[in-house]
Ligand binder design. Structure first.
Ligand code: 5SP
Length: 226
């Protein structure tokens, strides 16, 4: 195994009125992480949750809270998210071109794991300096839909980015998010993705645990054996 699978149900598709129960249900069913979508209604045309909800959820779970910040000013969120109990902090490269080094440093100093995301229209080369920097990000999130909403169609042409990243960085955590489920996971896993975010395919399934284990098996099967 070169990189371990991390299956992260996207809590955006959960019943927000029962968030703690939904989160614990996912962990009991075998999820590694809980994916939390933070949106500001500006970077993306939708508003979801922020630090107060992360803080409330943290009181009910010790799980890794993988927070994806779809916001225009990620720097303003670092302190609040860390205090709230976020585990990972993923910011968008499109809004961190100038100050990414300072941002990554701040995320790390606050005790969170830094990661960078890129939208479908953003060239993958833009994140290379962030992976190779002196204070590098520890995961790259390749968006496989336009960020903002769950339930969209997986964009298979994003796999060129995943393949390029896996070729350059054999042990990097590479995450995919958007339209992942039983019919698309093999494509993403074969390209080299090991961190899988899935919302509607997990929460909409009669047996979400079966989907979580199918996603994991697909990633494991795609790994080269050493
Ligand atoms: O960040 C996003 C959308 O912006 C995602 O995390 C979605 O919530 C994934 O949902 P599905 O495409 O799996 O339904």
């Amino acid at each position: 195994m070169v990189v371990s699978p991390k299956i992260a149900p996207s809590m955006l598709s959960s019943d927000f009125a029962n968030l703690a129960a939904e989160a614990n249900r996912m962990i009991d069913l075998g999820a590694n992480w809980l994916h939390m979508d933070i949106m500001d209604g500006h970077f993306v045309p939708n508003l979801t949750i922020g630090a107060p909800v992360i803080e409330s959820l943290r009181k009910h779970t010790n799980a890794y809270l993988d927070c994806h910040l779809m916001v225009t000013n990620p720097m303003d969120y670092v302190e609040h998210m860390a205090k709230a109990g976020a585990s990972g902090f993923t910011f968008h490269v499109e809004v961190a071109k100038e100050n990414w080094q300072q941002l990554v440093q701040k995320i790390k100093s606050a005790g969170m794991r830094p990661a960078v995301a890129l939208k479908p229209g953003t060239p993958v080369e833009l994140v290379y300096p962030l992976v190779e920097g002196t204070t590098p990000v520890e995961m790259v999130l390749v968006m496989t839909v336009e960020p903002g909403f769950g339930g969209q169609k997986f964009m298979p042409n994003m796999m060129d980015k995943v393949r390029a990243l896996r070729h350059k960085y054999p042990t990097l955590d590479i995450q995919v998010d958007g339209g992942l489920g039983p019919s698309t996971i093999d494509t993403a896993a074969a390209a080299g993705a090991n961190c899988i975010v899935a919302g509607s395919s997990v929460f909409g399934a009669p047996e979400p645990g079966d989907v979580i284990s199918l996603l994991r098996t697909s990633v494991e099967k795609a790994q080269p054996t050493t």
